[in-house]
Design a protein around this ligand. Structure first.
Ligand SMILES: NC(=O)c1ccc[n+]([C@@H]2O[C@H](COP(=O)([O-])OP(=O)(O)OC[C@H]3O[C@@H](n4cnc5c(N)ncnc54)[C@H](OP(=O)(O)O)[C@@H]3O)[C@@H](O)[C@H]2O)c1
Length: 248
């Protein structure tokens, strides 16, 4: 058991990578608070996770929501927070010509502002030591046609992990990011990306398949747990070789 008795908060824990992470954390002995905006989806996820999971409806981009989430978590479980996974995020196609500044900002509000509030509002409630994992993306380092808002937001997340690591190292709080490539989750349903296009993307992955959410969760567990006790300010690629292996 790698997280026995730990209290973990996973934003966006109702679906995809966040849900798989919460599931793995519970299996490793943790109590887990999961958040999301859709109450029904969140309750269904909590029901699947069982009694060691507490659902709290909260928009990660709203600091008051996040403050309430941490107060609820600490009040309910009567201990400080050992692990925070800032996972909540959205993806949108934002073609340069057709995307307004407001539409661009909407993506950054959640993907960057949400991560900022998730970490900032956690500070009064953190145990010492504690571990924070930010979910970035391979998109942080690869220009992708029609995805400038998403790519820029994820580049900011990688940078935030390094900056927060510097801000918090003296407090015994480690901060790292992970960069998944393509993982098989409902995020693609919102993008209008066809199965054929996904198959094409998969063929470009050296391992020739997308990640299962549980595989990304295993990498998050490594960064969350004491197994990575000497790791801070790092970004871990979980991308089937996409960033590290030349296509030639
Ligand atoms: N899947 C991939 O290929 C991939 C690759 C690289 C990185 N990522 C990153 O991994 C993270 C999880 O993505 P996923 O693929 O698992 O997507 P997903 O299945 O769509 O899950 C996203 C989760 O985030 C929640 N969420 C979205 N906006 C939120 C907000 N403002 N406040 C609170 N919760 C919010 C959603 O719940 P509600 O909608 O109910 O709020 C949901 O629980 C994201 O940051 C994504 O960018 C994914």
């Amino acid at each position: 058991m790698q997280l026995e008795h730990a209290l973990a908060v996973v934003t966006g824990g109702s679906s995809g990578i966040g849900f798989a992470t919460a599931e793995r954390f519970v299996a490793e002995g943790a109590r887990v608070v999961i958040s999301g905006r859709n109450a029904e989806k969140l309750q269904q996820a909590a029901d699947k996770l069982g009694e060691n999971a507490l659902p709290v409806i909260a928009n990660a981009a709203n600091p008051e929501d996040m403050q309430r989430l941490y107060q609820t978590a600490v009040g309910h479980f009567q201990c400080d927070v050992d692990v925070v996974v800032a996972n909540a995020g959205i993806s949108r196609q934002t073609p340069l010509r057709e995307t307004t500044l407001q539409q661009f900002s909407d993506v950054l509000d959640i993907n960057v502002g949400g991560v900022y509030s998730t970490v900032r509002e956690a500070l009064p409630f953190l145990a010492r030591p504690a571990s924070i994992v930010l979910v970035a993306s391979l998109a942080a380092s690869q220009g992708t046609k029609n995805f400038s808002a998403y790519c820029a937001s994820k580049a900011a997340v990688v940078s935030l992990a390094k900056c927060f690591a510097a801000d918090l190292v003296e407090l015994g709080v480690r901060v790292n990011s992970i960069s998944p490539g393509v993982a098989h989750t409902p995020i693609f349903d919102t993008l209008g990306i066809s199965e054929a296009q996904l198959l094409q993307w998969s063929n470009a992955i050296p391992m020739k398949r997308p990640a299962e959410p549980a595989e990304v969760a295993a990498a998050i567990l490594f960064l969350a747990s004491n197994a990575s006790g000497y790791v801070t300010g790092a970004d871990l690629a979980v991308d089937g070789g996409m960033s590290g292996i030349s296509p030639f």
